[in-house]
Design a protein around this ligand. Structure first.
Ligand code: ATP
Length: 535
């Protein structure tokens, strides 16, 4: 599937729009339209129901070491600046970037790729920041221009086979930057902090600086004690949160995959250190299953354990759930969710002061004056087990998912071009979003076969009844075939048609979006039937 087809469907059918489009858009920001907002809410609702509301804390789910509690919070986006100093985001949350002195453009160091090429006795590295499927054409075109060659002399370009990341190129003087005409215009990589800064109150000075959260997780850590003391929950305990996060990404790209404003669904799971490894395994598998249950094909999903070099210094294990997005090169995967074993790093940092992630065992990082570089809250965030009497700092497993990335993966997976018969039985091409009914924006659409003959009155009544339970739509415009197509394009799983027979025996036809199977049910059973099929 070509991404441009999905992007244009999203715009045409009100799923995703560019933010502030009438002013030319804003890079890295997206708006969800009438269909998109339903889809997004359904994904968040499915996550919350499956992880929190429907969790039975009295019984260990399959694969879990024991029964556990689940609860949620909704914390503020702007928090005390000290939160980000102790969490490490203030010092460390950065990506390496490079600037081009000629084009004045900025790039993420690890995202620039390119190839070595030789012509006219000169060997240069042609760098590109284009999307993967456009890189080859981009480098070819720019190499021809650089060497002043015409298309018919393209065979004078002697290319190295392998495409490399700029990170692997030592001699920057021979690099032709992605938007440059001369060599050696790229700066050395520099760290760029991804946190958006703002100010609280009327004075915009150093004292009033505050940050838009780059993750929802810290809101959970700083409320750990509040949750324990205000509800009857005990460790092992998961606290969930869904909310907006902000990262000033250097190069937002690939539709909504890398945005500057996005939503996360995070769980911080607190447990005894001795069982933390089993819990880590449990959450990895549990979260992976959530995606396959909602329709992502297992052959396009993978669970990738981080190598020891990739792990944060304090992390015992981290695995990413990744999806083979169609905008990536074949064989490449993009992260949907990270599941990290974070040990006691976070709770200790908020108690004692920011820990030095390089220290072993972990110790508070000291400033030049020998005092903690960033002071912690000084509050006791340890846990006392009422039964054993043991006091300890819980270890944390963090399944951290992105709502927008999940939504994009569900859309990519669902997008299908196939054929369906029109009214006359002739096969016509159709575009259909085969979304899981649980997350589809509309659960059903109700049509009168024709507007007259009392059919529309009955259809409107059915619509009014269904509307009390589900998100549904009513459509009486155009031929029935066109109405089906409209619903197929936004992934409505069931279409209910009122026809001549309805007026005789009070039954309607239900048509299944994927199998195209049609069957009749009693008008009075419609709510139950849709509930049975779509929930
Ligand atoms: P990446 O390596 O792709 O930048 P990350 O490892 O920094 O991601 P985490 O900090 O682990 O991401 O964030 C958890 C989840 O939040 C990610 O798995 C992803 O689903 C989502 N997420 C992170 N950054 C973005 C972004 N810029 N746009 C959309 N979703 C994001």
């Amino acid at each position: 599937m070509k991404m441009d087809k999905l992007v244009s469907l999203c715009k045409r059918r009100g799923i995703i729009f560019q933010s502030s489009e009438i002013y030319g858009g804003l890079n890295g920001f997206w708006d969800y339209g009438p269909m998109g907002v339903e889809l997004k809410r359904n994904i968040k609702e499915a996550w919350w129901l499956d992880m929190v509301t429907r969790h039975n804390e009295l019984k260990a789910p399959e694969g879990a070491p024991e029964a556990y509690a689940m609860t949620g919070i909704d914390s503020s986006i702007i928090m005390h600046p000290q939160v980000w100093k102790c969490s490490g985001h203030y010092d460390l949350f950065s990506d390496l970037m490079i600037d081009c002195r000629e084009s004045k453009r900025r790039y993420r160091y690890d995202q620039v790729r390119g190839r070595w090429v030789e012509a006219k006795s000169q060997r240069i590295f042609v760098a590109t920041a284009a999307e993967p499927d456009e890189q080859e054409e981009d480098t070819r075109r720019r190499a021809l221009k650089f060497f002043n060659l015409r298309e018919k002399h393209a065979d004078q370009l002697k290319w190295d086979d392998q495409s490399l990341s700029l990170v692997e190129v030592q001699d920057s003087s021979r690099v032709l930057g992605p938007d440059a005409k001369t060599l050696g215009t790229l700066t050395e990589p520099r760290a760029f902090n991804l946190i958006f800064q703002t100010h609280i109150g009327a004075l915009a000075d150093e004292q009033s600086a505050a940050f838009l959260r780059p993750e929802t997780a810290q809101g959970i850590f700083v409320n750990f004690k509040n949750v324990l003391s205000s509800s009857r929950v005990r460790v092992p305990l998961g606290i969930a949160q869904i909310g907006k996060s902000f990262r000033n990404e250097i190069t937002p790209r690939n539709f909504t995959f890398r945005s500057r404003e996005f939503e996360q669904m995070e769980i911080e799971f607190f447990c005894h250190p001795s069982s933390s490894h089993s819990w880590y395994q449990y959450w990895r598998d549990r979260r992976m299953k959530w995606y396959t249950d909602l329709g992502l094909a297992s052959e396009r999903l993978r669970l990738r354990e981080h190598t020891p070099e990739e792990l944060s210094h304090y992390s015992v294990g981290t695995a990413d759930i990744e999806y083979a997005f169609p905008f990536l090169a074949p064989g490449e995967f993009g992260e949907l969710e990270g599941i990290a074993h974070r040990g006691d790093f976070d709770l200790r940092s908020h108690m004692e002061g920011k820990l030095d992630p390089r220290s072993r065992p972990l110790q508070v990082e000291l400033g030049p004056d020998g005092k903690p570089k960033w002071r912690g809250s000084g509050k006791d965030l340890t846990y006392r087990d009422e039964i054993s009497g043991e006091r300890y700092t819980p270890h944390v497993i963090e399944p951290s998912a992105g709502v927008d990335r999940a939504l994009l993966a569900f859309l990519c997976e669902a997008y299908t071009e196939d054929q369906a018969p029109d009214e006359g039985g002739k096969l016509e091409p159709r575009v259909v979003l085969k979304l899981h009914p649980r997350i589809a924006p509309l659960k059903a659409a109700i049509f009168p076969l024709v507007k007259h003959g009392g059919m529309s009155g009955v259809a409107r009544e059915i619509y009014a009844v269904l509307k009390k339970h589900f998100s549904v739509s009513y459509d009486e415009k155009d031929s029935i075939g066109r109405r089906y197509r409209r619903q197929d394009e936004v992934g409505t799983p069931y279409c209910i048609t009122v026809d001549g027979q309805t007026l005789e025996d009070n039954t309607v036809t239900i048509r299944d979006r994927d199998s195209l199977r049609q069957w009749r049910v009693k008008v009075d059973d419609c709510v139950e039937e849709v509930r049975r099929l779509a929930e």
